[in-house]
Design a protein around this ligand. Structure first.
Ligand SMILES: *[C@@H]1O[C@H](CO)[C@@H](O)[C@H](O)[C@H]1NC(C)=O
Ligand SMILES: *[C@@H]1O[C@H](CO)[C@@H](O)[C@H](O)[C@H]1NC(C)=O
Length: 459
């Protein structure tokens, strides 16, 4: 009887029939390597039925024990998803457990697009709450399918992620504990902070670890010079400095952000020592010469600065490999994470105060945007996410560390490890294992493995 009613309802309004599903006839392909595929997921999980969208995923079932093997879901975030060749440690761990390893693309990134353009109105379903619901629907459908085809109990599930997806993994375990058994949350930015000036402070702190402060001081003198130029003291010199980076179309603020991010990018990704060695060669030069040398070394002709240039980010066409507009929408609305100037340390321009970020968000999306970091923290719990079985790791030099968890919570089986070694940056434990890995890194990886064993092989 019930079925008849549903069918009738479907006939009346075709759109409301949309049911999330794999492609017709989908079965796990166990041949070697990762396979791309598509899952039809729900656009609006919470209110109206506005249909389905194609969500991409990649899976490797080569080593999968179809009767009992666990599922490792690697949550992709604010970028085009795919097999990440540099971050294969979780894949290795999955192999050791005869797991099924899956990467799932995040809605609105890459080709997982609910709409054919990114007009602000269309971005209303771009939230971490929807992303978590996507994961829930995907994983439960996958687990049901495996049980249906191969029998046995529901497989255990580990959700893995780094950075924003690290936060998603922790939140997922808390919100959907009946679906995932554990969260492996690397550099997880669970605490939404609107004015993240500690990000700027951390660059100061990390570069201070290099030789007798020359590194910090070189960045400071360059920042002070840039601020002189930006305050209109020498517009010819400013144009010349911008030209060295082919950045004349950038607003002054966007240019200051771009320059700050050159230093940040190196520190964040574990190359602080290399950056500082380079900056040490500039000490004797005139200020403007320092910028020319910086451009020679770090200007990338392939980079159209779409993460900085608000005019590019205001464009609404979907460009599969370019995620700048979608990520800006998420930080402008849900998190903040505005990389504001930490007063008095001169590690980035004074023009990057809060007003810069608010104005930037408003211009990119063509309407007033209000960051809702508080609401996000109310929803998920900030540093006190209540999911059990969560392993947090953070890199001591990573500027994102201030949005992360530092303390164990034994009652919840939450572990938190802060790696203090040299050049320890963002998402460091996820990278491929190397001969050169520090003892500290090896020890933390071993701890993660032992912790996972305990979760996978007890009830
Ligand atoms: C950097 O931070 C660490 C702790 O987070 C602290 O011990 C150290 O003194 C700081 N260094 C500077 C130069 O502020
Ligand atoms: C920016 O460059 C990337 C990488 O080359 C390219 O894929 C993308 O289409 C460009 N974005 C814009 C907005 O032009």
């Amino acid at each position: 009887m019930k079925a008849t009613i549903i069918i009738l309802a479907c006939l009346l309004t075709y759109a409301t029939c949309s049911k999330p599903s794999f492609q017709p006839g989908f079965r796990l392909d166990t041949s070697p390597g990762f396979k791309p595929d598509i899952f039809s997921n729900i656009i609006d999980h919470f209110n109206d039925d506005v249909g389905l969208y194609p969500q991409r995923f990649w899976y490797n079932a080569e080593n999968f024990d179809q009767k009992t093997g666990p599922i490792f879901l690697y949550i992709c975030g604010e970028y085009e998803c795919g097999v990440n060749e540099q971050r294969q440690f979780p894949v290795e761990v999955s192999k050791e457990h005869n797991g099924l390893f899956v990467y799932l693309e995040h809605r609105y990134y890459g080709a997982s697009q609910p709409f054919d353009n990114l007009e602000t109105e269309n971005l209303r379903y771009l939230t971490s709450r929807h992303a978590l619901a996507d994961i829930a629907v995907f994983l439960s459908t996958l687990n049901d399918l495996i049980v249906q085809v191969h029998g046995g109990e529901k497989r255990k599930i580990i959700v893995v992620g780094g950075s924003y997806p690290g936060a998603l993994s922790a939140w997922f375990r808390a919100k959907y504990p009946h679906i995932a058994d554990a969260s492996w949350a690397s550099s997880a930015v669970v605490n939404a902070i609107e004015d993240l000036e500690l990000y700027d402070w951390q660059i100061f702190n990390s570069t201070s670890r290099s030789d007798a402060h020359t590194c910090t001081e070189t960045i400071q003198s360059m920042t002070e010079y840039l601020d002189e130029l930006l305050s209109g003291q020498d517009s010819t010199a400013l144009e010349e400095v911008k030209a060295a980076f082919k950045a004349n179309t950038l607003t002054n603020g966007d240019f200051a952000f771009y320059i700050a991010d050159i230093f940040v990018g190196e520190v964040q990704y574990g190359k602080r020592t290399k950056l500082c060695e380079f900056l040490a060669t500039l000490v004797e030069l005139e200020d403007i010469e320092k910028f020319y040398k910086l451009a020679e070394k770090y200007y990338d002709p392939e980079d159209n600065k779409s993460y900085y240039d608000r005019h590019l980010m205001a464009k609404t066409e979907v460009i599969v490999p370019d995620s700048s507009r979608a990520w800006a929408y998420q930080y402008c609305t849900e998190f903040g994470f505005f990389q504001t100037t930490y007063e008095g340390i001169h590690m980035r321009s004074e023009h990057l105060a809060r007003a810069y970020w608010d104005q930037r968000c408003n211009e990119i999306f063509g309407k007033e945007i209000i960051a809702q970091a508080r609401e996000t923290n109310v929803e998920f719990g900030a540093l006190k996410v209540k999911g059990t079985n969560t392993f947090y790791t953070n890199g001591g030099e990573d500027p994102w560390i201030w949005a992360g968890v530092f303390d164990d919570n034994d009652a919840l089986n939450q572990k938190a490890r802060r790696l203090q070694g040299e050049n320890c940056g963002h998402c460091v434990v996820l990278y491929n294992e190397e001969e050169s890995d520090s003892e500290e890194l090896r020890a933390v990886r071993k701890e993660i493995k032992d912790w996972l064993d305990a979760i996978l092989y007890t009830n």
